[in-house]
Design a protein around this ligand. Structure first.
Ligand code: RP5
Length: 161
């Protein structure tokens, strides 16, 4: 239901954080490597058949002059989440600007540099708008996060009053 793609296998260690979220929530996914610059025909083919393969959300990660998410968004009406990656001399600022600054009409929901985990969570949240069981899992996820913060608070809170 979610397609995860990235511009290079060097992006894999970060993009696997999105995959981990989908595994955690039991969401079926595809993961593949393809490049808007180095293999543009393959990108077009992959995205133009995405809806027919059952995909509902696409997560696209790329570094440097990152055009993968934008090109994918140009070819589909599925929601596209872009993950700018911190590769190259500019450490992800280039990829952030390339991914986030889309022209009106072709949105890419861009997460933070290397924010693949949040991309995975956002994809689950999109799917959960029409899936009550996923929505319940997300409620549970949020409760666990709050409980972890509470634990840290108990461990570290102090006062000299
Ligand atoms: C981008 O160029 C990729 O997404 C990757 O982040 C970066 C470097 O790619 P490699 O040279 O490691 O294949 O297109």
């Amino acid at each position: 239901m979610v397609g995860i793609i990235m511009g290079s296998d060097s992006d894999l260690p970060v993009m696997e954080q999105a995959e981990a979220v989908l595994k955690e929530f039991g969401v079926p996914y595809e993961l593949d490597v393809m490049s808007a610059h180095r293999s543009p025909d393959r990108v077009r083919e992959w995205v133009s058949t995405a809806r027919d393969r059952g995909l509902k959300v696409i997560i696209a990660g790329a570094g440097m002059s990152a055009h993968l998410a934008g090109v994918v968004a140009a070819h589909t009406t599925l929601p596209v989440i872009g993950v700018p990656l911190a590769s190259g001399a500019l450490n992800g600022v280039d990829a952030l600007y390339s991914t986030v600054n889309m022209p009106p009409g072709v949105p890419v929901a861009t997460v933070a540099v290397d924010g693949a985990r949040n991309a995975g969570i956002l994809a689950v949240q999109i799917l959960a708008t029409s899936d009550a069981s996923l929505a319940a899992k997300l409620e549970d996820f949020k409760k666990k996060m709050a409980a972890k913060v509470e634990e840290r608070s108990k461990k570290h809170r102090r006062s000299t009053l």
